[in-house]
Structure formats: structure tokens, C-alpha cells
Design a protein around this ligand. Structure first.
Ligand code: TUI
Length: 307
């Protein structure tokens, strides 16, 4: 399936993998790229030198294009932005902020820049700043989220810009893919479905928690602190939401989630850790290879779209 996004990135299928902190390592990114999508290494809150090593490892594992996601709240964001240029990374996505200050440096280096946006305002700003495409991410996504849903955000962003738009948030199968195309998107970004991939290095407990998740198991912490984070319900979220209701301070709430993603991904503590996942967790049924995930999504989507 050819779109402006497959042409821009030189990939076979218009599927990109979310740049998930702790989860999106070179193992996952190279597997998605080798399967014909765009794999992405998630810098998350990691140091710049970790990102450099990850990029080098991915280069050794695939000849296909892959990208890196720079999470803009990372204290080493400036250094990472530089590492991406030094290592010749071809595609960069950004999250949780406005990447304007890095844009000219990346464009001069020939990097394709794809900011993740959660509003029409930032989408327009990014197009004016030279972005090559955008990921429009609805609040169905896991992790740090905006306020709009995918169903309403994607067509509004599509109407507001002329660069290609990639839909994200709540997409985990061919139906979500086909719906995204109907909304005017030219690719999708999926995170949660790839969390449970064979090649994903997350703890088995994390994968099983995503697979077992029902529709109503998705919660948002941090609404009161201005950092809304979508996770799967557990002991931590029950305590967090109770304390939030009782008017706990920012510091008290932060204490509950500090290091929580690492605890869940690395240690497999899915009761007290932060099990970040999108609302699509309820659609994710089994662990399989990245190649099988992409094949399944594309087969179902092509049938629905009549191609
Ligand atoms: O970035 C994400 N999702 C994430 S980042 C993350 S790591 C983290 N962990 C703990 C606390 C905070 C972050 C986990 N999940 N998605 C992309 C995304 N970007 N969603 C929403 C936004 C966004 C929100 C506001 C982008 C820009 C923005 O404002 C820009 C401005 O104008 O400053």
C-alpha cells in the first residue's frame, strides 16, 4: 500500500511503531523495520550515550530505515538531538513538547522530522517550522496524552495541514488502520500491539497484563498535575486516584509513580509499577512476531478498504 508516508520514509507498509520509553529498544525497532514498517527507538528519559548505543545496535540488525523518538522532557534532550545528527539517524519523531529549537539542525542534516502532536495548533506550527509529516495522537494512546480523541483529532489535523498525517491512539488492528485511512491519515502509529511482540524486551508479566486487559482496565493518572498518563489499572492506580481525589500534593503523587515504568517493564512489577498502554490493550490478544502483527493488520485493512 503506497502513501506519501511510505514514499517519504522508503518503507513497504504505512505502519510505524510508537517510540515507547523503556519498551522501544533496538530489538523491537529493528524487528519492525525488517518486517517492512518503520521501527522506532524510544529515547524516553535515557542518557544520550544510551541512545547512541541503541542506534548503533539497530544499524547492525537492519538495513531498512528506522527512527528515534526524542521525548522532549528528557533532561538530556539537547545532547540526544545532537547524537541523532552524529549517528546519521534518518527519521526522528518527538513527543511531549515542541521540538522547534532542533528543527533547523535536523533539517540541515537531512533528517525526516515527524513531531507527535495532540492539537491542531501545534500541528500548524510544526508544518510552518518544516516538519515532513505529523503523528496526530489521540488520548486513547498509552503514556503521556493530550485531550482530543483520535476520531476527532486526526481529521481536524488533516484539514489544517498539507503534509502527511499519521494517526495514533487506539489503533491495534486492520479495522483501526482502515478507519484511520477514512479519516485522511496516510499511515498509522501503533504502540500497545507491539508491546507484546515476541521481539519486545518487556517483562513477560507486562505482556500478560496487556493481553489480559479488558476495555475498562484503562485509567489516566496525573490529570490534576497537568501530566496525564494512561496506564492499566492496578494497585498503584487505585492508590493514586484515591489520593488525587483527596487533594494530595504534586510531590506526594509524583512519589507514587517515580520509576514506575522501569519497575513494570524491567522488574515485571505490574501491581505497583506504571503499566503504560493504550485503550487498545483490550484488542490485543496474543504475543506474536512483529512480522505477523504487520501482516495481520495489513491483510484485514486491505480487505476492508477493498484494495
Ligand atoms: O510523548 C508521548 N507519550 C509518552 S512520553 C512518555 S515518558 C513520560 N513519562 C512520565 C512523564 C512524562 C512522560 C510516555 N508517553 N506521546 C506524544 C505526545 N505528545 N502526546 C501528547 C503530546 C504533546 C503534549 C503537549 C505534545 C506537545 C504538547 O505541547 C507542546 C507545547 O506547545 O509545548
Amino acid at each position: 500500500m503506497k502513501t506519501r508516508v511510505t514514499e517519504l520514509l522508503g518503507i513497504e507498509y504505512p505502519i510505524i511503531q510508537g517510540g515507547m520509553a523503556w519498551v522501544a529498544t533496538h530489538e523491537l525497532a529493528s524487528a519492525v523495520s525488517n518486517a517492512g514498517g518503520l521501527g522506532i527507538i524510544g529515547a524516553g528519559g535515557a542518557p544520550a550515550e544510551w541512545v547512541r548505543e541503541q542506534v548503533r545496535a539497530a544499524k547492525a540488525e537492519t538495513d531498512k530505515p528506522f527512527g528515534v523518538n526524542l521525548m522532549l522532557l528528557n533532561p538530556e534532550a539537547d545532547a540526544i538531538a545532537q547524537v541523532l545528527v552524529e549517528e546519521g539517524v534518518k527519521v526522528v519523531t518527538t513527543g511531549a513538547g515542541n521540538p522547534a529549537k532542533y528543527m533547523s539542525m535536523w533539517k540541515e542534516a537531512g533528517i525526516k522530522v515527524i513531531p507527535v502532536v495532540a492539537s491542531v495548533a501545534l500541528a500548524k506550527l510544526m508544518e510552518r517550522g518544516g516538519a515532513d509529516a505529523l503523528v496526530a495522537e489521540g488520548m486513547e494512546s498509552g503514556g503521556h496524552i493530550g485531550a482530543q480523541t483520535t476520531m476527532t483529532l486526526v481529521p481536524q489535523v488533516v484539514d489544517a495541514v498539507s503534509i502527511p498525517v499519521i494517526a495514533a491512539g487506539g489503533i491495534a488492528d486492520g479495522r483501526g488502520f482502515a478507519a484511520s485511512m477514512m479519516l485522511g491519515a496516510e499511515a498509522v502509529q501503533m504502540g500497545t500491539r507491539f508491546v507484546v511482540a515476541n521481539e519486545s524486551i518487556v517483562h513477560e508479566n507486562y505482556k500478560q497484563r496487556v493481553i489480559k486487559a479488558k476495555d475498562i482496565d484503562s485509567e489516566v493518572t496525573g490529570t490534576s498535575t497537568g501530566h496525564p498518563i494512561r496506564v492499566i489499572r492496578n494497585k498503584m492506580t487505585r492508590e493514586y486516584l484515591k489520593m488525587e481525589k483527596e487533594g494530595a500534593s504534586f510531590e506526594e503523587l509524583e512519589q507514587l509513580t517515580l520509576g514506575g515504568l522501569r519497575k513494570a517493564v524491567v522488574e515485571g512489577d505490574v501491581m505497583e509499577g506504571s503499566v503504560m498502554a493504550g485503550q487498545s490493550a483490550g484488542l490485543v490478544k496474543k504475543e506474536e512476531s512483529c512480522a505477523d502483527i504487520i501482516k495481520d493488520v495489513m491483510t484485514q485493512a486491505e480487505k476492508l478498504l477493498g484494495r
